[in-house]
Design a protein around this ligand. Structure first.
Ligand code: TYM
Length: 329
């Protein structure tokens, strides 16, 4: 029996965060044996905000390097750059025509980003989920591992696919989302009621995967907690401590009960240091490998060229089927 298919991706905007790692990449690494995996760098999605062209090019390669450094084996997975498989843009347009303004205007990310970039609310930002649907549906993905914030986009993908299948017969596989509980939504270290985000203005709020160990330690030491001095999981009343526990749990695999016991006699100072050390232990070897990979542009080119070739095989088949069904010559 053939393996089930996974597709997921990360935008090529900004530096990767601990949220991206724990919410997405780390899960992907764990799934690479069991599934036939397609992991892409969503550089077309990045155009919905203004980028410096050179920065966008560099970020694309940085994310590719980080995928591999974090443990995605390019021999086992199909790793590619979205723009190199033209089928994404083509199916994206087709799906635009099967997606309603009403459903797009309900997207939380659209509303948030419109507020953040009030001077650039472009059409791409609005139709973004239809392109994401194309990414997923082209590969007939069974499973899409993402963080909680992307689940709404996955729901709309399912709606679009079901709508299309109803009109034209079974064309697309209806994908399931997969969110790991402990890292579904890693929150900011300074504002633990909002998601840790690449675009945070307060740099102490976000841990970047590229941060040096001392910086990571400093950021965790400054993390907002409460005056209780008790390591206890209670998202509503102790969001800061609970977020640190989620991070620690995602990295060590320990349950909340185990973590509460481990720190039953510790204050927050010791707890924060232990969490930071766990993060550093995870990120340090990744960073070392990342730097080596990033310096080897030839190797990276080989990987993404091979990845795009392989991705195109599956994507073009699906697109041909779609075009045939809707009458596009
Ligand atoms: P992006 O680039 O914003 O985020 C990439 C992945 O990281 C997860 N994530 C988090 N998880 C937990 N806690 C956080 N603080 C956190 N921040 C980010 C996201 O949920 C996501 O899984 N539209 C997508 C990229 C995309 C895609 C796709 C994803 C394009 N096409 C097809 C899946 C399938 C995005 O902007 O993710």
């Amino acid at each position: 029996m053939s393996k089930k298919i996974i597709l997921s991706g990360i935008q090529a905007t900004g530096k990767l965060t601990l949220g991206n790692y724990l919410g997405a990449i780390d899960n992907w690494v764990k799934m690479q044996e069991e599934y036939d995996c397609y992991y892409m760098i969503a550089n077309l999605h990045s155009l919905t905000v203004r980028n410096n062209p050179e920065t966008l090019r560099n970020n694309t390669l940085k994310i590719l390097s980080m995928y591999i450094a974090a443990g995605l084996d390019p021999e086992k997975n199909t790793i590619f750059i979205q723009s190199q498989v033209k089928e994404h843009a083509e199916l994206g347009w087709i799906l635009d025509c099967y997606t309603y303004m009403g459903e797009l205007s309900r997207m939380t990310q659209f509303k948030d980003k419109s507020k953040k970039h009030a001077d650039n609310i472009n059409a791409g930002l609005f139709t973004y989920p239809a392109l994401m649907a194309a990414d997923i549906l082209l590969y007939k993905a069974d499973l899409v591992p993402v963080g909680q914030d992307q689940m709404q986009h996955l729901e709309i993908t399912r709606d679009i696919a079901e709508r299309f299948n109803k009109l034209y017969g079974e064309t697309f596989v209806i994908p399931e989302g997969y969110v790991r509980k402990s890292s579904a939504k890693i929150m900011g270290l300074q504002d633990p009621t909002s998601k840790m985000s690449k675009s945070a203005t307060n740099l102490n709020d976000v841990v970047f995967l590229e941060d040096e160990p001392e910086v990571i330690l400093k950021k965790f030491k400054k993390a907002v907690t409460d005056s209780d001095n008790k390591v206890k999981f209670d998202v509503e009343n102790k969001p800061g401590v609970s977020n640190l526990m989620q991070i620690y749990s995602s990295i060590t695999g320990k349950s909340m009960d185990e973590i509460e016991n481990e720190f039953a006699n510790s204050g927050y100072g010791e707890f924060k240091t232990k969490v930071a050390e766990a993060v550093v232990k995870k990120t340090e070897p990744i960073q070392k490998k990342y730097k080596e990979l990033l310096a080897n542009k030839e190797y990276l080119e080989k990987i993404y060229t091979k990845g795009a070739e392989k991705a195109r095989k599956l994507a073009s088949k699906t697109l041909e089927d779609v075009k045939e069904r809707i009458g596009i010559i």
